[in-house]
Ligand binder design. Structure first.
Ligand SMILES: Cc1c2[nH]c(c1CCC(=O)O)Cc1[nH]c(c(CCC(=O)O)c1C)Cc1[nH]c(c(CCC(=O)O)c1C)Cc1[nH]c(c(C)c1CCC(=O)O)C2
Length: 354
């Protein structure tokens, strides 16, 4: 596929990620392409979730949907973090009303033998690379395209729990009972992730986000042992491999407020924060070396429109000028009115230029 792309018309988010001053705050929204959009639901009526992920034309179409409605500063490729567990041989189904479900989750360390490591990412995940290249062409330089993956601990916890869990007690029990096997799995997932992200950049991704969505259920010691070293390795190995083709990277470790200072020092250019921490506190813990991303409470979008605008301005005041990528503090919920999201996006733009 041709990976010579049209010149960029808006590279605001890339400049902020690289530490440059800009005259406007960029904004994008986690899960901006998804179920709260009626146009997504239309496509979803016809196709299974993972069929959409595996069909570059459909993944591209859905990636572009929110850009046609809102004045966003980035697109994020439509896919899911669970494509890596699939690539190592696990079955994952998207069950309506229940979310992702693994019919045969990992039960004990013996099950690790059933997984296929190493993975040939071009063979198993080439469909994502194709979707990225196609989307870069269709974007025609409008805004940068974000690639992503799930972080090793978050993937490991899904592979053991077999789906969502409020406690992650099965996955956490591995960390305490089988620490060596846990490290073995985390290391193998780290290696696939580096290959996978490298392929995404070569296909055209211009910024990468690593989602450590399940950081918040670990105590500080487990986080330091089972998350941090792998997050660091993903970033550093990838940047080393890509050399002058390296792209800026965002780490979003949801619920890791007590470890935020550590996240600033492992090579990422941007640290994402959830809504449970005040922006000024996050900035003082993290320091000025990286840009921050966040952090409006996704539930704030249920409020009246003028309250959404007010909360957005307060959030921006607390982050301070510069080094900010505005976003929600987690993915948008499926029952949010898209017009309310528009208030958030437009307020970021108008207020950052006032
Ligand atoms: C943990 C996680 C997953 N997937 C993802 C994460 C990390 C972010 C986070 O913490 O929320 C990441 C993800 N999932 C999806 C994207 C697409 C890009 C985007 O617009 O952000 C991204 C970046 C699409 C999706 N991923 C999923 C949907 C809905 C699927 C459907 O149509 O049935 C979409 C649009 C399914 C999914 N996939 C996953 C869950 C928990 C669910 C169910 C969500 C729910 O029920 O609310 C795993």
């Amino acid at each position: 596929m041709d990976t010579t792309f049209p010149p960029m018309k808006n590279d605001l988010i890339l400049r902020v990620a690289c530490g440059e001053e800009t005259d406007r705050t960029p904004v994008w929204v986690m899960r901006q392409a998804g179920r709260y959009l009626p146009e997504f639901q239309e496509v979803r009526k016809e196709y299974d979730f993972f069929t959409i992920c595996r069909t570059p034309g459909l993944a591209c179409k859905i990636t572009l949907q929110p850009l046609d409605r809102f004045d966003l500063d980035a697109a994020i490729i439509f896919s899911d973090i669970l494509v890596i567990p699939q690539a190592v041989g696990m079955e994952v189904q998207m069950v309506p009303g229940k979310g992702p479900t693994f019919p045969s989750p990992l039960k004990n360390p013996d099950d690790l033998k059933k997984l296929t490591f190493p993975v040939d990412v071009n063979k198993e995940l080439g469909y994502v690379f194709e979707a990225i290249t196609l989307t870069r062409h269709r974007l025609n330089g409008r805004v940068p395209l974000i690639g992503f993956c799930g972080a090793p601990w978050t993937l490991m916890s899904y592979m053991i729990e077999g789906g969502g869990s409020p406690t992650l007690s099965k996955a956490k029990s591995w960390l305490y009972r089988y620490p060596e096997n846990s490290h073995q799995l985390l290391k193998a997932l780290t290696e696939v992730s580096v290959d996978y992200l490298e392929g995404q950049v070569k296909a055209g991704a211009q910024l990468l986000q690593v989602f450590e969505s399940h950081a918040g259920l670990l105590g500080p010691e487990s986080f330091s042992k089972f998350c941090l070293p792998y997050l660091e390795q993903i970033c550093k190995s990838l940047k080393q491999r890509l050399g002058d083709k390296a792209v800026p990277m965002i780490i979003f470790a949801k619920g890791a407020n007590s470890c935020l200072h550590q996240l600033a020092n492992i090579g990422y250019d941007v640290v994402g924060v959830d809504w449970t921490i005040d922006p000024d506190k996050a900035r003082s813990l993290i320091g000025d070396s990286v840009a921050l991303q966040g952090n409006l409470d996704p539930c704030q979008l249920y409020a009246r429109k003028d309250d959404i605008a007010r909360a957005t301005r307060t959030m921006m005041d607390k982050f301070g000028r510069g080094k900010l990528i505005a976003n929600l503090g987690h993915g948008i919920y499926p029952d949010v009115n898209p017009d309310h999201l528009k208030i958030f996006i437009d307020t970021v733009h108008s207020y950052s230029q006032h």
